[in-house]
Design a protein around this ligand. Structure first.
Ligand code: SAM
Ligand code: SF4
Length: 382
């Protein structure tokens, strides 16, 4: 087993399969004019020592030969699974930009011992690959969806893609991916007014929706504490509108505090007057007042205001073969160099035990001296 020096047993491996992305989310790759304008409007030189963000960020994608091959990813995953990893999630960048992803899924799904194989995606290209992914053995998928308002969706992601993402979510449900989860990063003055509408969407569509606090992992280094909407505030807003009951945590390392809807709500429609798009549904004609949604739930992930590091059982593999023991690690461990220099599997095992002993006790967001990692969420893999 992989046990760190604080006694945490690692069970969850996140594999980034590419650092590339077709979106420019304002909290991840804020490279659009709209993102720059938003951050400039929030910038207060008296409180922030960094210069106001500009669009001229220097970033380049990793050359393809620096990315781990499918053979290398499979080999590493088998080693991790032999060491007790049971959950594997494919992420990125945008994982669906990696050519032939279903082929990788097939290889990983055949590894005995993996209990949970999932993927996180922005959903834009999902429809094109969904059937192949399902056939290859992918069981679970999480979509990022921060807004139900087409204009705000575009502002947040840099793309006109809301309709495609909604169709992807509906398709995932139709194809039997279970559960279908949706992640929404909540940012003050940007989409925090949409939390009720997003929750109503989860209820109507019988989805599991996670609200996530904005973390300082954006490529523009534009994160500001004031833009974080604390999980407690999100919950208070939701409880004012919905009758929520806490769900039992399924395991200690669960990052989300989850809530179920006690009864169908009376008014699951839009509350803010945002321009709603019709949501493709397998049950057309379903009326909000008669919805029953046994699977619908909301979760709050509050890594900034209520850290859960004490139970963290995750480890990450970047697309270019670096091991990260924390999202906020400032050092990485070069597995690719080892793989490509011909090490044996037992050597990798010994090395991984050593690496894991250095897993950070916790993150230090908001504390004096906090250092934002050089690599950003799109490179690390969320
Ligand atoms: N491109 C895929 C997507 O967006 O779902 C997968 C990669 S993305 C980096 C994984 C998750 O990280 C997404 O749910 C996204 O919302 C989240 N994320 C990215 N930047 C974040 C930030 N600064 N704070 C909190 N969550 C973030
Ligand atoms: Fe958005 Fe995911 Fe792409 Fe980051 S990696 S810009 S969160 S879609």
């Amino acid at each position: 087993m992989l046990i760190d020096s604080f006694g945490r047993v690692l069970g969850d491996l996140r594999i980034s399969v590419t650092d590339r992305c077709n979106f420019r989310c304002l909290y991840c790759l804020p490279e659009t004019e709209e993102a720059a304008n938003f951050y400039r409007s929030k910038f207060d030189p008296a409180r922030n020592p960094n210069p106001a963000p500009s669009r001229s960020l220097l970033r380049s994608w990793k050359p393809r030969n620096e990315l781990l091959s499918f053979e290398e990813i499979e080999r590493v995953t088998r080693t991790f699974v032999a060491l007790g990893i049971r959950k594997v999630r494919l992420t990125g960048g945008e994982p669906l930009l990696r050519n032939d992803l279903p082929r990788l899924v097939e290889r990983l799904a055949s590894i005995p011992g993996i209990q949970d194989l999932a993927m996180t995606t922005n959903g834009f290209h999902f429809a094109r690959h969904a059937r192949d992914l399902r056939k290859a053995g992918l069981r679970r998928v999480s979509f990022s969806l921060d807004s139900l308002d087409p204009a705000n969706f575009r502002r947040m992601t840099g793309r006109d893609g809301l309709q495609e993402v909604l169709q992807s979510i509906a398709l995932a449900r139709d194809l039997g991916f279970d559960p279908v989860k949706v992640n929404a990063v909540v940012i003050r003055d940007l989409n925090h007014h949409e939390v009720e509408d997003l929750a109503a969407f989860a209820l109507r569509e019988n989805l599991s929706l996670r609200f996530i606090e904005f973390m300082p992992l954006d490529s523009g280094r534009s994160w500001l504490k004031d833009l974080v909407v604390p999980g407690r505030e999100i919950l208070a807003r939701l409880r004012a509108r919905f009758d929520l009951v806490p769900a039992q945590p399924s395991h200690a390392s669960e990052t989300a505090r989850r809530w179920r809807f006690r009864q169908p709500i009376q008014d699951a429609g839009p509350s803010t007057g945002t321009a709603q798009v019709p949501i493709p549904s397998p049950n057309p004609g379903l009326d909000d007042t008669h919805v029953t949604s046994p699977g619908a739930e909301i979760g709050i992930i509050a890594p900034v205001t209520e850290p859960f590091c004490g139970h963290c059982n995750r480890i990450r593999l970047t697309a270019d073969g670096q091991i990260r023991t924390c999202l906020f690690s400032v050092i990485e461990h070069d597995l690719k160099a080892r793989l490509r220099s011909g090490v044996t599997d037992p050597d990798i095992v010994t090395w991984l035990h050593h690496v894991v002993l250095g897993k950070e006790e916790r993150h230090h967001i908001g504390e004096a001296g906090f250092e934002q990692p050089e690599r950003t969420m799109s490179c690390i893999g969320g």
